[in-house]
Ligand binder design. Sequence first.
Ligand code: GRF
Length: 198
Amino acid sequence: MRLAILLSGRGSNFQAIHEAVQRGELDAEIVLVISNRPDAPGIAKAREYGYDAHVLDNKTFPNRAMHEDAVLRALDAARPDYIALAGYMRLLSAPFIERWRNRIVNIHPSLLPSFPGVDAQAQAVAYGVKVSGCTVHFVDEHLDAGPIIVQRTVRVEDGDTAETLSARILVEEHGAYVEALGVLARGVRVDGRRVVRE
Ligand code: GRF
């Protein structure tokens, strides 16, 4: 399975995927890493690990469409089977999603469909839920809404803040992302909203 990673920041999910590949736990090859932020720690890691690492800084493109075209060209050249969004803080356009239908994967730090959007962990704490977690899902045209591949739960403890809950969810994110990519590597079929393992 050929994997492209898109990120904007810290890159701890990317690092977890890299380490799983290195350990032979995930049968995948990371063929491309793209960051839209030149200062993202994740892209520095990608260079350090020796990957084909590109900065495509959206601020240096005249508009959103031209930035996305550059991302699409890099993806077309690298020919990934799947694109893993790992903290990529840009919305993808409908034509981009259509071009890679059911081949773009995202991780979100809540049990979707609860708490989509930004600050999902803070939303969970504020709402008072007793269980939250993370969701790995295909990307469709709606925010944090595509078919779900893997979810993991995390208990919300009394006294949790957005920060303490985020830290515990992040540990589960790393396992969930690797698990979900393993599921994809072994083969799935998307039946409406349901992702069925083959
Ligand atoms: C994670 O919490 C992920 O769920 C969200 O963005 C964060 C990225 O973290 N989409 P990292 O850059 O992978 O460390």
